[in-house]
Design a binder for this molecule. Structure first.
Ligand code: G3H
Ligand code: ZN
Length: 287
């Protein structure tokens, strides 16, 4: 199947008050596992590569992107590629040549005006190059001169009026909002602010993205999708599954040396985790 676009998948999901799940991939095993799970469920999926994952891949975007493109072409379900949490404008400019249809530009750590200026620049470049741009708005810095809270720090909240202004000023195609999830949680007990989500949904003219979704329990994820979240970003849940399975495998076979054995166990566990998550995110019934 040809590579599809994140913007197309999100628009289609949003039209039915559903969501597309976007999974962070770090290794070839992640890519294989996510695509296998999407095929098993029959749901489209976004493979996303973060700037941190590119750093891990020795700073080179092309090899992992090429693997993802190849897996997408071989897939029985639509697959899109998204470059995630980009702060480096040089990396942003590599996206268009590597098969990505979308980028999340992350300037939420900057004071509001600087976030707007940097995101506007990124959106202008993205649109000129046929890419869909996701942006992020965290919390305005306190009056005591502190910088803004990272949008997915615990306690950060996106203010609806400011969110609307931010989208108008930047031209972003989608907005990552801070409504109670936070990155890299290893327990699933985040409680979302559904009243705030409803207010954001009323004010915003673009789709909303939930980050840090690994820490959000299934019922909260379902409510978030029904409340207007159209893209659900998930990373840590895959790391928990992969690392747990590899650890168990090596504990049970301390003499084993063939990486295919434990990587296969890790890949299987990621597939199972993604099947479950797609069952929640991609199966939310239309309201
Ligand atoms: O952009 C990626 C996601 O926000 C992943 O967050 O690792 O906490 O699931 P997570
Ligand atoms: Zn994120």
């Amino acid at each position: 199947m040809p590579l599809t676009t994140t913007g197309g998948l999100v628009a289609e999901a949003a039209a039915h008050r559903g969501a597309v799940a976007a999974f962070n991939v770090i290794t070839l095993e992640h890519i294989e596992a996510v695509v296998a799970a999407a095929e098993a469920v029959g749901a489209p999926v976004v493979l996303q590569v973060s700037e941190n994952a590119v750093k891990f891949r020795t700073g080179r975007l092309h090899p992992i992107a090429a693997a993802a493109v190849s897996a997408a072409h071989a897939s029985a379900v639509p697959v899109a590629l998204h470059l995630d949490h980009v702060k480096d404008e040089a990396l942003l400019r590599e996206a268009a040549d590597c098969g990505f249809s979308s980028v999340m530009f992350d300037a939420a750590h900057l004071p509001y005006r600087e976030n707007v200026a940097a995101t506007r620049r990124a959106a202008d470049w993205a649109h000129a190059n046929g890419l869909w741009l996701e942006a992020e708005l965290g919390e305005v810095g306190g009056k005591d001169g502190r910088g803004p809270l990272d949008a997915h720090a615990p306690g950060a909240r996106t203010e609806p009026g400011e969110a609307r202004r931010f989208v108008e000023e930047t031209g972003a195609d989608a907005l990552a909002v801070a409504v109670g999830s936070s990155h890299a949680m290893t327990s699933r007990d985040a409680v979302l602010d559904h009243a705030l989500l409803a207010a954001l949904h009323d004010r915003l003219q673009v789709p909303m993205v939930l980050h840090g979704s690994s820490g959000v329990p299934d019922d909260e994820l379902r409510r978030a999708v029904l409340g207007g979240i159209s893209k659900v970003n998930i990373g840590t849940a895959l790391s928990i599954a992969m690392t747990g399975a590899i650890r168990a495998h090596l504990d049970a076979d301390p003499e084993g040396v063939d990486p295919r054995r434990y990587l296969a166990a890790g890949r299987r566990a990621v597939t199972e985790a993604v099947v479950q998550l797609l069952g929640t995110v991609a199966a939310v019934p239309a309201r």
